[in-house]
Design a protein around this ligand. Structure first.
Ligand code: ZN
Length: 302
């Protein structure tokens, strides 16, 4: 089992979590975090590492999350601005980008920006009373990388589907869908976090572990509150036009119905309404199956 895991290629987003982790903490801090975790692998005890992250000024938390999605000019946002703080009062952080397919779609992660956001995010979590230990800090970073990956995979899927249906792009609407999609899908990703967590312990703790079922359950249970906090905090930081409209697509059934409306063409609609083929349901399966298959993934340090 161990040999198989060592032979598996590391996904780009797994590699990115490791990069972000290694850049946010010093090597000494990492060793303490890992040693503490090894001693308390089952109970997940609170950590003793004290980070400069805890002293972040509250102003530094005022951010609005966006990505770069190249396409035609935006349509007006759906939710009017007066319901929200003006996003211009917030610092814009670009987490990733998607470049539409010519020969291949390209998903880019902006590592420095993801690091910057993770610092403020972990600082906020510590301010809320979460302990500074390996499980909490690594999971926060994983959560952000995974959210960004899911978001860009969504643009990739829409691009792929549009190559058949030739439906038109509405950038603000697509951003709302992309944020809603990452929010709905993120809780499926925990299994990948378990590999990431074990990987850090193996690399820095000179161990060769895979988590037992009981340890995986304990880890999941331990992180449940943090997961809730991240779910609330991260998605509230999507404040820019379009992105903030994810709230309208918060319910899976409605989101999938509207997504079909966005991507369909007359041919698909005829198949659905005249031939009773549930092409609208296929979209959710295709989206789930495609992920980033066929796209190029790049980690940018710019
Ligand atoms: Zn986007």
């Amino acid at each position: 089992m161990l040999l198989l895991l060592l032979l598996l290629p590391i996904d780009k987003h797994h590699e990115l979590v490791l990069n972000v982790f290694k850049s946010i903490f010093t090597l000494d801090e990492i060793k303490i975090l890992v040693e503490e975790q090894i001693r308390g692998l089952k109970p997940f005890k609170p950590g003793i590492v004290k980070l400069s992250l805890e002293k972040f000024h509250p102003e530094s938390h005022k951010v609005t999350l966006v990505d770069d999605f190249m396409g035609p000019p935006s349509e007006p946002p759906i939710i009017e601005n007066d319901l929200f703080d003006d996003p211009r009062n917030y610092r814009e952080i670009i987490l990733g980008s998607y470049s539409p397919m010519h020969s291949q779609g390209v998903i880019t992660f902006y590592q420095k920006n993801i690091e910057e956001y993770c610092r403020t995010l972990i600082s906020r979590a510590l301010g809320e009373g979460f302990h500074c230990n390996l499980a909490n800090t690594l999971f926060s970073m994983f959560y952000m990388v995974e959210t960004t990956w899911l978001h860009e995979c969504f643009h990739y899927y829409c691009d792929y589907k549009r190559s058949f249906t030739h439906s038109s792009i509405n950038r603000n609407l697509e951003e709302a869908f992309a944020v809603a999609h990452s929010r709905l899908e993120i809780n499926r990703s925990f299994r990948r976090f378990e590999f990431c967590f074990a990987d850090i312990i193996n690399i820095f703790g000179d161990q060769h572990i895979t988590l037992e079922i009981e340890q995986r359950r304990a880890l999941r249970a331990y992180l449940r509150n943090l997961e809730r906090f991240l779910h609330q905090t991260v998605f509230s930081d999507f404040r820019s036009p379009g992105y903030r409209d994810w709230r309208l697509y918060n319910r899976p059934d409605y989101y999938h119905r509207e997504l079909y409306e966005y991507l369909k063409d007359n041919h698909l609609e005829n198949l659905r309404s005249n031939n009773f083929i549930p092409v609208n349901e296929f979209i959710r399966h295709e989206l789930y199956m495609l992920k980033d298959k066929g796209a190029e993934l790049i980690i940018s340090m710019v």
